[in-house]
Write a protein that binds this ligand. Structure first.
Ligand SMILES: [Zn+2]
Length: 242
């Protein structure tokens, strides 16, 4: 096979792998972000619970203050007993105590309910915090795995870049320009293997004369349709000449 063509085939192998790695590296931030989503999700829920927890505690404290005030109030009313003179006043006083006591009971119930709700919220926060640390562990492992993976890819890419540059220097300048133009147009596939008389790039059947010229290999031939540079592998050549 024409040595220049052999260079191009190898160059294409490097270039395709380089494309592939660059593509993966481009997607890396997105992948890392989506790996973190479950953790972010739990953290957001946890924040909501903590916020409502704070508000519940405030409500409980307010009810407790209200209860203390009401207890004081009730005591004040009871203390007035010595000032009472008539039976009527005494009846009215009993009624007033009864009202104040009922109000105190109702506030007390409220306090108990708030205490219960605060407790339930604390329990839910605790459970979610456990889930958070689980999710964080999972994410840390995945993050480390991805970072190692991408570091390896970056190393491979640097290696490939060096090899590609070295090899590209061996290719005749006009041919390299032709190759590079095709590479850009054909998403990395500038050279194509001839397969049963068809171009391996665009899959179209080629004129028999062109096929024969490619097999002879004196000159670098383009596909008539996609203009990729055509080649046959030795094995195929032998198969077809046998
Ligand atoms: Zn073609």
């Amino acid at each position: 096979m024409n040595l220049q063509l052999q260079y191009l085939i190898n160059l294409q192998k490097f270039d395709l792998r380089i494309f592939q790695i660059q593509d993966q590296l481009r997607k890396a931030p997105e992948l890392l972000k989506s790996a973190e989503l479950p953790l972010q999700d739990i953290l957001a829920k946890l924040q909501v619970l903590k916020n409502s927890g704070e508000s519940l505690v405030k409500q409980r404290r307010s009810s407790e203050r209200e209860l203390a005030t009401q207890e004081e109030q009730l005591q004040k009313i009871r203390n007035r007993l010595s000032e009472l003179k008539t039976n009527k006043e005494y009846q009215a006083h009993l009624f007033e105590i009864e009202l104040a006591r009922k109000k105190k009971d109702s506030i007390e119930e409220n306090v108990l309910e708030m205490m219960e709700r605060v407790e339930q919220n604390e329990q839910a926060v605790k459970e979610l915090e456990e889930q958070t640390s689980e999710a964080r562990k999972v994410f840390d492992v995945e993050k480390a795995r991805l970072e190692t993976h991408y570091a390896n890819l970056a190393n491979e890419l640097a290696d490939l870049d060096r090899q590609q540059t070295t090899l590209a220097e061996l290719v005749d300048k006009p041919l390299l320009i032709r190759y590079n133009r095709l590479k850009t147009m054909r998403k990395g596939y500038a050279v194509a293997q001839l397969r049963e008389g068809a171009c391996g790039g665009c899959q179209l059947q080629l004129p028999p004369q062109l096929v024969a010229e490619v097999k002879r290999g004196d000159e670098l031939m383009d596909c008539s349709y996609c203009h990729r540079i055509l080649y046959v592998t030795r094995q195929l050549e032998e198969e077809t000449t046998e």
